[in-house]
Design a binder for this molecule. Structure first.
Ligand code: CMC
Length: 428
């Protein structure tokens, strides 16, 4: 028997259906409440509001659990690789050997981008932030593949857009960086795996022989898996919202890149290193910054600490921390900024303010550190996050379209002026 909950508003009783997930999560279905009672619900930042039901990612913030399609993040990082995880997220199952080979082949066959995209890239000033360049280049794909704009496209057509996006994003991301530093762009090398190809396009110079370090490419592959999906976060909700108007996959993903850019979301990995750099320049006094973060009159927050849903150690942060230690040891990196990071982590974890509020280092705290050790420039950190999150955005967009979800359109409570007469300019 289906469950329901009773709610009493102004003495009148209403029955709200209870929706239960496969992991026992419960929700009140309020979709008919306004029609029945005239009331809507209000929830700034959607802290307690589900926007959809989803079969993709399960997350339990209290217990620190993260699973893609039922597989634990720990298992996937240990046994799988980024492109297999991308297949899993998008198609809902692990590929057979044949499906996997075809998937890798298809992606390799689309790594090149149209030469005219290079000309668009050259039009950007060299100080353009690579996230802005990336989102623009993704939108520009609609001009090269106009059939992608047809909202009634067949699923095969959408599959081609998916492959193109996964294949071309590393090329466009590496090119955004090359444009910034004024180096010639590198073309993809399909003899390499996905991550090594990206690293070569990022770092190779025509004047020198380039070998990709497997320590770096393996660690980066794991980082991409860790970022691959995180249910209805800000950028994913943006992708679903934009897609709900039947905007194309490319335009929806480009919107997701822009949402990710903000320092409270994916941009935090860049903000972490900038904060650590500032602390170093200011004499390395970690206590002073902990004090600032706790001061309610100071807007400063410890970047890389806290999370909307994890009120326990972020399971992704645990995995990255292990990799960060390994990479730093193997590469023999000695960096005073990393020393400050360690000190900050230790001090904050012992501080009552952070303990009480369950503020732990999040994925962006360690990813910033590891990217820096790999030699990835700070302004490219959020681009790395976007590369990782791409399969998640795609799978969430597909799920929303396959479920034929309605256009996203929240309500509001109006708190402005009541009706008033227009005042002529001369009388104001
Ligand atoms: N430094 C100092 N105080 C903090 C911090 C922080 N980083 N994060 C939260 N707090 C305090 C906040 O002031 C509030 O205190 P009080 O209850 O006394 O008013 C309490 O902790 C709860 O914070 P909140 O802002 O209500 O929590 P939220 O769920 O709305 O925000 C957050 C989550 C991630 C935006 C926030 O923790 C934050 O701004 N962190 C720094 C930015 C960051 O690292 N973002 C990356 C998130 S992980 C990557 C991703 O998934 O995008």
């Amino acid at each position: 028997m289906s469950k329901s909950a009773e709610i009493i508003i102004e003495g009148k009783k209403y029955d709200l259906p209870v929706i239960e997930g496969t992991e026992g999560e419960k929700a009140l279905d309020i979709s008919k409440l306004r029609a029945q009672s005239g009331y809507i619900t209000l929830d700034y930042g959607f802290k307690n509001t589900g926007s959809t039901t989803s079969k993709i990612t399960f997350l339990n913030g209290e217990e620190g659990i993260l699973r893609y399609r039922g597989y634990s993040i720990e298992d996937l990082c240990d046994k799988s690789n980024f492109l297999e995880v991308a297949y899993l997220l998008i198609y809902g199952k692990l590929p057979t050997a044949e499906e996997y080979d075809q998937w890798i082949y298809d992606i390799k066959m689309h790594t090149m981008v149209h030469e005219d995209i290079k000309r668009i890239l050259e039009g950007f000033p060299s100080n353009a932030h690579p996230m802005g360049v990336l989102s623009s280049l993704i939108t520009s794909l609609t001009a090269f593949y106009p059939e992608s704009l047809d909202p009634n496209r067949s699923i095969d057509g959408v599959k081609l857009s998916i492959v193109r996006l996964l294949a071309k994003l590393p090329t466009m991301a590496a090119w955004a960086y090359k444009n910034e530093v004024g180096h010639p762009v590198n073309y993809p090398d399909n003899t390499l795996d996905y991550v090594s190809n990206f690293l070569k396009m990022m770092f190779a110079l025509p004047a020198e022989k380039h070998e990709v370090d497997p320590v770096i490419s393996n660690a980066l592959d794991t980082l991409l898996i860790l970022h691959a999906d995180h249910e209805q976060n800000c950028s994913t909700s943006t992708v679903r919202m934009v897609g709900s108007s039947h905007a194309s996959l490319y335009t929806s993903i480009s919107a997701g890149v822009n949402a990710l850019w903000g320092p409270l979301h994916g941009g935090a990995n860049q903000a972490v290193i900038e904060m650590l750099d500032n602390i170093k320049k200011d004499g390395g006094d970690v206590e002073k910054y902990i004090k600032k973060a706790k001061d309610k009159n100071d807007p400063f927050r410890l970047m890389g600490f806290g999370h909307r849903v994890y009120k326990n150690f972020d399971p992704r942060a645990k995995i990255i921390k292990k990799h960060a230690d390994e990479v730093l040891a193997k590469l023999g990196v000695e960096d005073p900024v990393l020393e400050i990071a360690k000190k900050l982590e230790e001090t904050a974890l012992k501080d009552e303010y952070f303990i009480e509020r369950k503020l732990f280092p999040n994925v962006d705290f360690y990813s910033g550190i590891i990217y820096r050790a790999m030699g990835i420039p700070t302004e490219m950190f959020t681009v790395m996050f976007a590369m990782g999150r791409l399969p998640g955005w795609i799978s969430q967009w597909l799920e929303m379209r396959e479920n034929n979800e309605p256009i996203g359109r929240p309500r509001q409570i109006y708190t402005g002026e009541n009706v008033r007469d227009y005042v002529e300019m001369s009388k104001r």
